[in-house]
Structure formats: structure tokens, C-alpha cells
Design a protein around this ligand. Structure first.
Ligand code: PLP
Length: 430
């Protein structure tokens, strides 16, 4: 394969691989830290950490070494067996997640983790209904996870979906559905869970499933007390709170877990992405009484593979050793400040919002009407590449760029990302 020309490699990619998007993929030859190099030799800074997986960067040397060493010993074991790395990782997860979440159920990725979290909640409560956010994203599996999102573009062609899943208003302060402003709003979006339960539920609720900061929905940063209000509503309705920390966890938001900002302990946490240090892995984490009632059925074949476990253990070790939740605040604060400065000269920027190094830059055609600048955002994908930055717009209208590079990115690399936006926005506006 390596002897093929870049053109032949691209042709074969298009010929054999089914791609859900019209965007032509970059074919990556090498990646290190925050930088990737494609088969044509072009270099890019990845402002989204390989879709929010690589919090300590591509091919971190310690992670690579851990994978190599482990591959010599044990790679795959059946789910009737165990291996030392998954035991050590489970112990580590129990140590770093809030008390009393000490029991771990392994999966192989994010969607599977969220589905199993909901299965757990159903068996524990005896209910079946789930309330999620309209702006949620919990994965692409048809049976349940496409249902968990309220964004219709993820569901087209997959109906009928799973019954009993409802959607509440997201904590989207920039586009508050109620036309209100925090703190005078009284957290009406949190109260919306109550409205949904009163109007749509049949009283057989199992769980509220949410991301503490909705990521794919557009890096929607809620006020810290939003989650507290939602938790109260869960308690009143005997429903569990499932926090999907797949994107927000592992130091991304300036704390190790995003739930720490509100001081809320969820009943169940969903982990994936950085958990496997770049290899596929997920984990549902819960407390003893919920774990006791969980009858999982047959676990996924690859759950508990030893390679992602050592890569994840090493990733956690580096995050802790380097106190990267603190650095996320420093570097995120710097990028936030710089984007706010850009907003003064670029009218396309409608909103800049950051929590640690989880950032959203929302583009609008007009700051008064807030009409989403989705076409401009799509054009920017290629324009940013020319400036050496990889980024893809997301959000409900496809007009939000998320700034989530590896957390150990340097100041210079961070500045390069912002400078690229400055150049591209200037070209679009001229
Ligand atoms: N949950 C969140 C918050 C995510 O961001 C994602 C993926 O982007 C998922 C779940 C689904 O993960 P996976 O693609 O591994 O199924």
C-alpha cells in the first residue's frame, strides 16, 4: 500500500470505503502531538483531536510504548475471561470518577456505552422512558442512539426508532428557546425536563440522559447550576441521571469531569473516546446498587480488550501527572480571549463560548437576526485546511466550529489555529 502514489491511494479509498459525508477525506500518513501529515505531505493542526479522542495528542510516546509492550503479552480475551490491564483500568476509573461510582461495565465505543447505561437505568428503575436533549448526540446506532438525539438529520431514513424517548430544550443561552437571559431565566431550560415529563411521559421514567456540555449540538455551555436543577427533577420523578462524559471528560472542560462544575454526582457516567487512548473502548460507570440489578446479557466481543486498556491507563496517567485540567483552563482562556478579539473585527462571529478547552465559535450571517452562517461554515473547511488547520462545523445548524485540540497543545499551536480563523474569516468577509 505504501508504494502506491497518493492519487492511487485516494482513488482506492473512494472505490472501496463507504463514506457518510460528501467531504473528501484527508488520507493521513503520520500524526504526532496536535499535527497530522497527509499522503501529499501537507501538515495540519487538528483543532478537534481526531473527533475529541486524543486529549494528549496523536501517538503520545508513552501510549505507543504501552500498546507495544502489551501487544507482546495479551491482546484479546473473551468476556468469560479477564486480563490485568482491564482490571487496573477499572480500579483507576473507580478512583477518578466521583464517589460512589465504583463499578465498571466495559463496551467498545460511545453509542454502545450510552445504550448500556440506559439498559441499566431501565432494569434498576423498572421504567423505560428516557428524556434527552434536543441538541444531544450520543452515537449512531439505529436501535437507540439515533433516537436519543433530537437532531433530525441523524435520524433520516432510520424510522421507526425506539419508543419512549422524549427531548427537552437544551441549555443554549445564545439561542434561548424561551427568549430569556441567565440568571433571570430561572433556568427555564432545566425546568423543561419537568414539562416533558408532565406532558409526554406516562410516568414510567427510567433516566435523563445528557452531556454536561452538549458537544455535537454546538459546545453549549450551560450555567453551572443547570445540572443541579435537572438532578432535582430526576430525583422528584425517581429517574436516574446519566451523564455522558464521552466528550466532556478527561480534563476537557477545565475539571477532570464536567459534572464537577456543578457538584452533581450522576447515577451513571458514560466514558469513551479518550478512555481507550486512541483505541476503541467505552465504559459505563455506576454505583453498587445499580450494578447489582444489571443483567447485561451477552457483552460485546471486544469489550475488555487489553490494548485500549493500557492506552487508556497511560492517557489517564499523563493527564493526572501533567495536571491537564489546569492547563485546559489556561490554554482555553487564551484561545477564548483571542477569539473574542477576533469577534470585534469579524461580524461573522456571533458567539464565542468556552469552558476550559471545550470551545464553540458560532457563525451568523447577521448578529441581530442570528441567522446561522452554515454555508460560510462549510466553505471554511477547505479554506482552513489551506491555512493548515483541520476543523469541521457542527451544532444544530452546522454553523458552530468546535475548538477542542489536544489539551497539551502549545501556545504557538493554539495561536496558529486562531490566526487561521482570522485569515479565513477576513477572506470570506471581503
Ligand atoms: N456521546 C458523545 C457525547 C459523543 O460525542 C459521541 C461521538 O461523537 C458518542 C456518544 C458516540 O460515540 P461513538 O461514535 O464511539 O459511538
Amino acid at each position: 500500500m505504501s508504494e502506491l502514489s497518493p492519487e492511487e491511494i485516494k482513488r482506492k479509498d473512494a472505490e472501496y470505503i463507504i463514506r457518510p459525508w460528501s467531504i473528501k477525506p484527508l488520507i493521513i500518513k503520520e500524526s504526532k502531538g496536535a499535527t497530522i501529515t497527509d499522503v501529499d505531505g501537507n501538515e495540519y493542526i487538528d483543532s478537534e483531536s481526531a473527533f475529541f479522542v486524543l486529549n494528549i495528542g496523536y501517538s503520545h510516546p508513552e501510549v505507543v510504548k504501552a500498546i507495544k509492550d502489551q501487544a507482546e503479552k495479551v491482546i484479546q480475551t473473551t468476556t468469560f475471561q479477564s486480563n490485568i490491564p482491564i482490571i487496573e483500568l477499572a480500579e483507576k476509573i473507580a478512583e477518578i470518577t466521583p464517589e460512589p461510582l465504583n463499578r465498571v461495565y466495559y463496551t467498545t465505543g460511545g453509542a454502545e456505552t450510552c445504550e448500556n447505561a440506559v439498559k441499566m437505568a431501565k432494569q434498576f428503575t423498572g421504567g423505560f422512558e428516557v428524556v434527552a436533549l434536543q441538541a444531544a448526540y450520543h452515537g449512531s446506532s439505529t436501535a437507540a442512539s439515533s433516537t436519543f438525539t433530537g437532531m433530525s438529520k441523524s435520524k433520516v431514513g432510520f424510522f421507526p426508532l425506539v419508543a419512549g424517548i422524549y427531548h427537552a430544550a437544551p441549555p443554549y443561552c445564545y439561542r434561548c428557546q424561551f427568549g430569556l437571559t441567565y440568571p433571570d431565566c430561572g433556568l427555564k431550560c432545566a425546568q423543561d425536563f419537568d414539562r416533558v415529563l408532565k406532558t409526554e411521559s406516562t410516568g414510567q421514567g427510567a433516566a435523563v440522559l445528557l452531556e454536561p456540555i452538549p458537544g455535537a449540538g454546538g459546545a453549549l455551555i450551560p450555567p453551572d447550576d443547570w445540572l443541579k436543577e435537572v438532578k432535582k427533577i430526576c430525583e422528584t420523578n425517581n429517574m436516574l441521571l446519566i451523564a455522558d462524559e464521552i466528550q466532556t471528560g478527561f480534563c476537557r472542560s477545565g475539571k477532570f469531569w464536567a459534572v464537577e462544575h456543578s457538584g452533581v454526582t450522576p447515577d451513571i457516567m458514560c466514558l469513551s473516546k479518550p478512555l481507550g487512548g486512541g483505541l476503541p473502548m467505552g465504559a459505563v460507570v455506576t454505583r453498587e446498587d445499580i450494578a447489582e440489578t444489571f443483567k447485561a446479557g451477552i457483552p460485546p466481543t471486544f469489550a475488555g480488550n487489553a490494548l485500549p486498556a493500557v492506552a487508556g491507563l497511560k492517557t489517564i496517567e499523563v493527564l493526572v501527572k501533567e495536571r491537564l485540567w489546569e492547563y485546559a483552563k489556561v490554554i482555553g482562556g487564551h484561545i477564548n480571549k483571542r477569539f473574542n478579539e477576533l469577534a470585534e473585527v469579524h461580524p461573522l462571529i456571533g458567539d464565542v463560548r468556552f469552558k476550559g478547552l471545550m470551545g464553540g465559535i458560532e457563525l451568523v450571517k447577521d448578529r441581530k437576526t442570528k441567522e446561522p452562517a452554515a454555508e460560510e461554515a462549510r466553505k471554511m473547511i477547505e479554506m482552513l485546511k489551506v491555512e493548515g488547520v483541520l476543523a469541521f462545523p457542527g451544532g444544530i445548524s452546522g454553523s458552530v466550529f468546535r475548538i477542542q485540540p489536544p489539551i497539551n497543545i502549545t501556545m504557538e499551536e493554539a495561536d496558529k489555529i486562531v490566526d487561521a480563523y482570522d485569515v479565513v474569516l477576513g477572506k470570506l468577509e471581503s
